[in-house]
Ligand binder design. Structure first.
Ligand SMILES: NC(=O)c1ccc[n+]([C@@H]2O[C@H](COP(=O)([O-])OP(=O)(O)OC[C@H]3O[C@@H](n4cnc5c(N)ncnc54)[C@H](OP(=O)(O)O)[C@@H]3O)[C@@H](O)[C@H]2O)c1
Length: 289
């Protein structure tokens, strides 16, 4: 059993840290808003620390799950950051969805202080985090991955090393690019069916058995038709992720015409007050036109 720290107890991090504890590991948490760290420690019986540095002291594995590149730098680098508390040979596993650039930067700075780093963004959403069934896409050294994977398994149903530092984040970009176009197609299909006067529950029942089936169809088509979006993966997060993918594509020359368009549709959803709505809310733009 390992001595671990978990930094960032948001929608994802809170239950992920809980799975580490129920998996038998020692867990010290840090959260910027201390009340959440206190609540977590009371619920799970672990301890909490006032800074990322103090949480990371003596830990073999330090997990991070914060918002974006800047948040990640804020909790890892600097005098009170995780690196300042970590010992030589300790491993930082970052579950934030961030750029490949910041993943490489942390791997390099970590290397200078003797700390190993894995970028490990996740897919599976809040339900995946709560059920311990996330998909984890990793970038880093094979020997580091081999050490970290059995601990990550506490909250993962799949955990795969994709390549060197940044490869996990690049894989997550592929994931988000695939979802963006798919959700727009699903929105158009559902909206078309409603306008055609079809019984949408029956439509979903039959087409989800065929080639149109997807996770989004299985989990979101009915709620899209019912206009329910107050759950799931927020539009604000999706815009962050698509921004990261579009910036990466500028560098590698990949064309992302549909992704760029869907990103603009999400900007419209935000303008309508849907910042925290689920990403399936794209259908709203069609329904109201
Ligand atoms: N939600 C999902 O379904 C989902 C799915 C896959 C991937 N992700 C990714 O996972 C990451 C976390 O998502 P989430 O839904 O858990 O977000 P969240 O609920 O908003 O939580 C964000 C966490 O990061 C902390 N944080 C943010 N900025 C910080 C800073 N500058 N310094 C210190 N702490 C900071 C927050 O602390 P406070 O409590 O003090 O605000 C909070 O603990 C994001 O990169 C997201 O894109 C999310």
């Amino acid at each position: 059993m390992a001595k671990t720290a978990f930094i960032g107890l948001g929608v994802m991090g809170y239950p992920m840290a809980g799975h580490l504890k129920t998996g038998g590991h020692e867990v010290t948490v840090y959260n910027r808003t201390t009340a959440k760290a206190e609540r977590w420690a009371a619920e799970h019986g672990g301890s909490y620390a006032p800074t990322p540095r103090e949480a990371a002291q003596g830990a073999e594995f330090v997990f991070v799950c914060v918002g974006n590149d800047d948040d990640l730098r804020a909790v890892v680098l600097g005098d009170d950051g995780a690196f300042a508390g970590m010992s030589t040979g300790a491993v930082l596993v970052d579950h934030t969805t961030a750029s490949a650039e910041v993943a490489r930067e942390l791997a390099e700075v970590g290397g200078q202080c003797g700390v190993e780093v894995i970028d490990a963004p996740v897919s599976g959403g809040q339900a995946g985090a709560e059920n311990g069934a996330l998909t984890v896409m990793c970038g880093g050294e094979a020997a580091t991955f081999d050490k970290a994977a059995p601990v990550i398994d506490c909250f993962a149903k799949a955990c795969i090393l994709m390549g060197p530092a940044g490869a996990g984040q690049l894989t997550k970009m592929v994931n988000q690019i695939c979802i963006a176009g798919l959700l727009q197609g699903l929105s158009e299909g559902m909206n078309f069916g409603q306008k055609a006067g079809l019984d949408m529950e029956k439509v979903i029942e039959v087409i989800s058995k065929g080639a149109a089936q997807s996770w989004q169809m299985d989990n979101r088509a009915s709620t899209m038709c019912a206009g329910k979006f107050d759950f799931g993966f927020a539009v604000d997060w999706m815009r962050k992720d698509l921004g990261i993918a579009l910036a990466e594509a500028k560098g590698n020359g990949a064309r992302l015409p549909v992704t760029a368009l869907v990103d603009q549709f999400y900007a419209q959803v935000q303008a309508r007050g849907g910042q925290r709505w689920d990403t399936s809310s794209l259908i709203q733009l069609l329904a109201e036109d």
